[in-house]
Ligand binder design. Structure first.
Ligand SMILES: NC(=O)c1ccc[n+]([C@@H]2O[C@H](COP(=O)([O-])OP(=O)(O)OC[C@H]3O[C@@H](n4cnc5c(N)ncnc54)[C@H](OP(=O)(O)O)[C@@H]3O)[C@@H](O)[C@H]2O)c1
Length: 289
């Protein structure tokens, strides 16, 4: 696998960043093919490789092809790709939600399909790979070749998870909760503080230490031991105060999240009775609907 020739279809955030990361690890990057040749050229420049204007020479040049287009394009790209000789090639995509079965008919092509999902947030395509060293890769796909893929990831120095095909959607949901939903929750908090007259810049500066300490605690002790706040303290009076001032767009979210926190708090303090708090929140949620 060290010398395997790797190519990317889709010169976006993931394609460029993974290409730069692999190249930095001494792997052989054959080049980029993308919807627009400009994107392929820009990526090739960053990764010091070639841009392909046509699929045929690209396929010929690559032994392992990463399809790093948006999820909804993967099937279309595969339908195009399977028109070429793919014998003994590895075809991967980096979608978190889709499995390798998106490569319909791949066995008949003599190729091996897998999904290799980097558990990371890619928000740029400038070749910066900082932070990727600690990223896990979630692997799923052709059993025969999975051992090769595992050794590929290990050689990069990264860790991996094996995810069953029928668990991919649930696996992806986990990522969405901790990345996307957390962002929505943080933004809700930012908006509340800004409504107190604090500037956008100061809001982020003031709340970051709280966010960072919370994440540190979770990394070290897990969620249960990191739990703090009025729900954990079973402080119904403070919860009621919040419900009096909460902007209406956050009221359902507040009640639902608080009920989940109460469940955690109950696990942490089995001797406490959170029943009254949960009932008040459930009544409030019913009134909101
Ligand atoms: N972003 C993340 O944080 C993240 C994390 C893990 C996994 N993923 C997964 O990684 C994949 C790529 O995500 P991304 O964020 O890198 O997307 P992206 O930045 O939108 O890049 C996708 C690229 O695919 C190209 N493309 C679209 N349709 C194409 C087609 N039919 N043929 C060839 N190229 C095509 C586009 O190229 P042009 O510029 O040429 O139009 C675009 O640059 C997705 O499956 C996503 O779920 C994303």
């Amino acid at each position: 696998m060290d010398k395997i020739r790797i190519g990317f279809i889709g010169a976006g955030q993931v394609g460029v960043t993974l290409g730069a990361y692999f190249a930095g690890k001494g792997l052989n990057i054959s080049g980029y093919f993308s919807r627009s040749f400009n994107s392929a050229q820009a990526a090739a420049k960053i990764v010091s490789t070639q841009a392909f204007a046509d699929l045929a020479p690209f396929v010929e040049e690559c032994e392992m092809i990463f399809i790093t287009t948006a999820d909804e394009q993967i099937k279309t790209v595969w339908q195009e790709l399977k028109k070429y000789d793919l014998n003994n090639k590895i075809i991967c995509h980096t979608s978190g939600a889709l499995a390798a079965d998106v490569f319909e008919g791949i066995a008949a092509c003599g190729a091996y399909g897998c999904s290799i999902h980097p558990m990371y947030a890619f928000a740029q395509k400038n070749g910066q790979t900082q932070g990727l060293e600690s990223c896990f890769f979630a692997l799923e796909g052709n059993g025969e070749y999975l051992a090769e893929i595992i050794s590929f990831i290990k050689k990069l120095g990264n860790k991996y998870l094996l995810i069953a095909q029928d668990k991919k959607a649930l696996y992806h949901l986990a990522n969405v909760f901790v990345a996307n939903f957390v962002l929505a929750v943080l933004n809700s908090g930012f908006n509340c503080l800004q409504s107190c007259g604090v500037s956008q810049k100061e809001t982020i500066q003031a709340l970051m230490p709280l966010i960072a300490a919370n994440l540190d605690n979770i990394a070290q002790k897990g969620c249960l031991e990191s739990l703090t706040g009025p729900v954990e303290r079973n402080d119904l009076a403070t919860v009621k105060k919040h419900l009096e001032v909460i902007p209406p767009q956050y009221s359902g979210l507040y009640a639902q999240l608080s009920i989940i926190l109460a469940d955690l708090a109950q696990q942490k303090h089995p001797a406490r009775d959170y029943g009254a708090l949960v009932n008040a929140l459930s009544d409030y949620m019913n009134k909101c609907q």
